[in-house]
Design a binder for this molecule. Structure first.
Ligand code: ARG
Length: 403
């Protein structure tokens, strides 16, 4: 085994990665560079710097990745209307390749031959980090302490923390925290009582959305502007991608939008139960489908919907930097050329409903569809022949069945 001289650790400053930092320093006896990504997780990042400093880290990287996250990862994914298993907006899945990309970038910059992450040995995130690192730089070694050390449970983790004087955080109620992953797209909560899918989730688990029951009694109507498939404005005000998603998170959170209690199938083979809150993303999905409904051709829209589950599964399984994801992305991006216009969405007690859509590039023809007398050349006799030919095989089939 070649000696590892320097490691770049993906470091949140939370309990797990604080312990990992200590463990890496002790186990490898080498310099550890910490990398903390600001993905809009909504918590102070300066404490991460202080904690890293106190652990003797010389090179501390805290990087604001919010705009890159939304413009280069979240928005491309939203163009596909991506949902895993019909419901999950992939908030954690889409953040991992971005973190991996920067881990690799920093490793190259500082001449480190290894990167480390704090994902456990049972989840999807280890797969996502490592497949991304493999795809970006096959020469980089990956250290996954959760699979290497002999800590096997959260209890043992707490004991290790105590032994090494690492402060153990507790939630508002003084209990050990849930496993939480948050960024500008979502908050995901797993573990503890949630591990029993029969257990009804107590309201204090939710972090960024109100219970729809407590949401305002008056609906709020907002307008979202799209250009080439991406949202660019809210209520006529142009915004950067991260600012726009932040704005919609605020609006959606107040109206109790985007809560999801889900049992999903992990790539690694087990089922798990999680609570997701994706307020802005849920509004954007509805609005994007709204603008596509008038700007996409039928066959184009249906083709997109056919490949969507495949595309979503690639992201869920960690294949963002794989050729087949890039091929599908090219197809999706091409489909968005004319997806521009404005959508009105009504936010009310947990729902985001499209109530109006307009586009200078609309394919919608009121003249063609109207129940009234229409000027456009549409011959009703064409429909008669159309149905007769489509019915031909059904008539043969029915005749045979009644023989
Ligand atoms: N199960 C989700 C996924 O695989 C979230 C994983 C991270 N969340 C967490 N609370 N640790 O994408």
């Amino acid at each position: 085994m070649t000696k590892i001289e320097k490691i770049v650790l993906s470091y949140s400053g939370g309990l797990d990665t604080s312990i990992i930092l200590k463990w890496l320093q002790e186990t490898y006896g080498c310099e550890v560079v910490t990398f903390t990504a600001d993905l809009g997780q909504g918590e102070e990042l300066e404490p991460a710097r202080t904690k890293a400093e106190m652990s003797g880290v010389k090179d501390i990287r805290i990087v604001d990745l919010r705009e890159e996250f939304v413009s280069d990862f979240v928005f491309p994914m939203l163009r596909a209307n991506a949902l895993y298993e019909g419901q999950y907006l992939l908030g954690s899945s889409i953040a991992r390749p971005l973190i991996a990309k920067h881990l690799v970038g920093i490793a190259r910059e500082v001449g480190a031959h290894a990167v480390a992450h704090g994902a456990t040995g049972k989840g999807n995130d280890q797969v996502r980090f490592e497949l991304a690192v493999n795809a970006l730089d096959p020469s980089i070694k990956i250290i996954a302490p959760w699979r290497q050390w002999n800590i096997r449970s959260r209890m043992q983790l707490l004991e290790y923390a105590e032994k090494h004087h690492i402060p153990v955080p507790s939630d508002k109620r003084g209990e050990a925290p849930f496993s939480i992953d948050a960024n500008l797209l979502h908050t995901s909560t797993e573990g503890k009582i949630l591990e029993n899918p029969a257990e009804v989730v107590p309201d204090h688990v939710y972090q960024r959305t109100v219970d729809p029951v407590d949401a305002p009694d008056t609906p709020e109507i907002i307008t979202i502007g799209f250009e080439r498939g991406d949202p660019v404005s809210v209520n006529g005000k142009s915004m950067t991608p991260a600012a726009l998603l932040t704005e919609l998170n605020g609006l959606g959170g107040r109206h109790g939008i985007g809560r999801l209690d889900l049992v999903e199938n992990r790539f690694i083979g087990m089922k798990s139960r999680g609570i997701y809150e994706t307020p802005g993303g849920t509004i954007l999905l509805a609005a994007h489908r709204g603008i596509e409904s008038i700007t996409l051709d039928r066959a184009a829209a249906h083709l997109k919907d056919e490949i969507m589950p495949r595309y979503a599964e690639l992201i869920y399984n960690g294949f963002w930097f794989a050729p087949e994801r890039e091929m599908l992305q090219a197809l999706i991006d091409q489909s968005q050329t004319f997806v521009s216009g404005e959508v009105m969405v009504r936010l009310y007690k947990g729902s985001a409903s499209v109530i109006s859509r307009t586009s200078p590039l609309s394919l919608y023809s009121a003249d063609l569809v109207t129940f009234e007398e229409s000027a456009i050349a549409y011959d009703h006799h064409d429909a008669e022949g159309f149905i007769r030919l489509n019915g031909l095989r059904l008539r043969s089939w029915a005749a045979r069945n009644s023989r």
